[in-house]
Design a binder for this molecule. Structure first.
Ligand SMILES: O=C(O)CCC(=O)C(=O)O
Ligand SMILES: [Fe+2]
Length: 316
């Protein structure tokens, strides 16, 4: 692949970075050999990611040019029949815990979001898109590194609609519930996860790449598959601290109901034992919140981390 000016610059800064970390007692020959090898690997990785990017752009362009929705109204937020109590509450800009209920004291909230019949229409549209991809020999991009099944909604026309969901629903709720999250929520990743007996049945314990996540159960019929929550953690305590008993919580899915949780709230999906489950997931991000977290660094545990108080208690 031919290199351009950006690639050269990127390469130079990569080399500069690596060189500055080499042991001082290495001979010139050792340095040269090491740098040559690492540069070859780095170029391979770069070319591979350029190729992936090119394929992705081609995939998106093909969808944009040729895919025609089965039910175009589903792509328009104004036509989403969102629960009227929820909309009224958001309009009043005040939390009503009969409408948006907190699950114990875990910081996970649930509420009625969309009618079951509308959720089924969304499923039909997803199935229609998946079939269209198969019919046209297009490889489907799966939601993320953890989910092997499901689709990315932003890829086939839902970008604007989900943006409106973030702005009109998730952001006002975040303002009311998660006051430490710096707004605006300025980007999102919207997808559908799918579990079935012959596909993925569960999802391992993880945190999301989001500030706040909206999770809506679309259907269909299934048994089990509850979401397990195990404590909010900052990045330095995510993989190193066990959930406390009072942090553990299981959420039963109900079609049409959504839950809202922090991206840093560790969770997993228990295995379904029957049927098929599809959930719409909206990872909502805030670039301001991300850069604040980065600025504070890995070593500073913020007050919103469920381990923060514990450390302080131990410190006393
Ligand atoms: O299975 C679910 O409902 C949750 C999926 C999830 O946590 C994720 O995709 O990040
Ligand atoms: Fe998740």
């Amino acid at each position: 692949m031919s290199s351009n000016k950006d690639d050269d610059q990127e390469e130079q800064s990569f080399l500069k970075h690596v060189t500055s970390h080499l042991p001082l007692d290495w001979s010139d020959e050792q340095r040269d050999t090491y740098l040559q090898n690492i540069l070859i690997q780095w170029r391979k990785r770069r070319d591979h990611s350029h190729e992936e990017q090119r394929l992705m752009e081609k995939y998106l362009a093909t969808i944009k040019q040729y895919f025609r929705p089965q039910s175009p109204e589903l792509y328009d937020f104004q036509q989403w029949p969102i629960d009227q109590n929820l909309l009224n509450m958001i309009k009043c800009d005040s939390l009503d815990t009969d409408i948006v209920k907190q699950m114990q004291t875990t910081g996970v909230y649930t509420f009625s979001f969309l009618p079951v019949s509308f959720c089924q229409l969304l499923i039909n549209e997803i199935v229609y898109f998946e079939q269209w991809c198969i019919d046209n020999g297009l490889k489907l991009y799966r939601p993320n590194s953890m989910n092997k099944y499901g689709v990315i909604l932003d890829h086939f026309g839902f970008q604007k609609c989900l943006n409106d969901v973030v702005t009109n629903i998730v952001e006002p709720l975040t303002r009311l519930i998660y006051r430490h999250v710096t707004l605006p929520l300025d980007s999102h990743h919207g997808f559908v996860v799918e579990y079935a007996m012959d596909k993925d049945r569960k999802l391992d314990f993880h945190v999301d790449d989001s500030a706040v996540t909206l999770n809506l159960c679309l259907g269909t019929d299934f048994t089990d598959g509850q979401l397990y929550f195990g404590g909010v953690r900052c990045s330095s305590h995510t993989g190193t601290t066990a959930p406390r008993h009072d942090e553990e919580f299981y959420l039963e899915h109900q079609v049409g109901m959504a839950c809202l949780h922090l991206g840093n709230h560790r969770h997993k999906a228990l295995p379904i034992t029957n049927g098929r489950r599809l959930n719409l997931i909206l990872w909502c991000r805030s670039s301001k919140f991300d850069s604040e977290k980065e600025k504070n660094g890995e070593d500073t545990c913020p007050t919103w981390c469920g381990y923060h108080e514990i450390e302080n208690v131990h410190d006393i």
